[in-house]
Ligand binder design. Structure first.
Ligand code: 0O2
Length: 203
């Protein structure tokens, strides 16, 4: 890598990070506004907490490699989950309430929706994934930036965090019996979510 190339790469990444950071701020502000509105109107918060992240350069490189995209700087622009917002809700119903309230906003465009709650992944992973586009207004131009939003309950989040850590720590494929045990845990978590929702509705 020449100095000139390195400078160019740093410039591209700094510019992208600035734009994605602005996009995350737009989305998280919208979600905070909605949560506050629910709190004032109904004395109830659908959002337990939120986490925002920008994908690291390493993780972006890994994704480009995994997808088999050309190892060129242009491939960075294909990564749609550079900016991520995770929304952790109290109950399953809240997930779809948050989705509906966000998607009805005129400046939000839905690009892709994956409902891993209705159709869990083979691993047991459950969450609602929305890929949306949001405009950000810079001094001389407007960009429409993609943001991946993962909406899930506390139970779904607990499972995903622990499973992610176990996978990450073991650094290799998990043995079959562990995968099976994790699937069982995911099932139990889903049952807990359903019971908690029933209790919430009863009250
Ligand atoms: P990180 O650091 O968590 O963001 P696409 O992005 O749609 O082109 P992909 O990779 O099939 O392709 O997307 P998918 O599977 O719909 O969503 C990927 C993200 O969902 C992952 O991001 C995880 O955050 C989460 N996820 C998906 N499956 C699992 C799973 O089995 N276990 C856990 N713990 N999380 C999962 P990244 O990029 O892997 O990492």
């Amino acid at each position: 890598v020449t100095i000139e190339n390195a400078k160019e790469i740093v410039k591209v990444f700094s510019d992208l990070r600035m734009r994605y950071h602005a996009a995350i701020k737009e989305i998280s502000t919208k979600l905070e506004v909605l949560d506050n509105e629910f709190s004032v109107r109904y004395d109830y918060n659908p959002i337990h907490h939120m986490e925002c992240r920008l994908k690291s350069i390493n993780s972006i490189m890994d994704k480009i490699e995994r997808k088999g995209w050309p190892k060129e700087i242009e491939s960075v622009y294909k990564v749609m989950d550079f900016a991520g917002v995770r929304v952790v809700c109290n109950y399953m119903d809240d997930i779809y309430t948050v989705e509906e309230s966000l998607l009805r906003q005129d400046d939000i465009k839905l690009l892709k929706r994956k409902d891993y709650i209705k159709n869990p992944k083979e691993s047991g992973y459950r969450s609602l994934h929305l890929l949306v586009e949001v405009p950000i207004f810079l001094s001389d131009r407007t960009y429409n930036m993609p943001v991946e939003i993962q909406i899930r309950t506390i139970a779904m989040d607990t499972w995903a965090s622990l499973e992610h850590e176990l996978k990450y720590k073991s650094k290799k494929e998990l043995p079959g019996y562990v995968v099976q045990e994790l699937q069982n845990c995911a099932k139990s978590m889903a049952e807990i979510d359903a019971s908690m929702e029933r209790i919430h509705k009863m009250l």
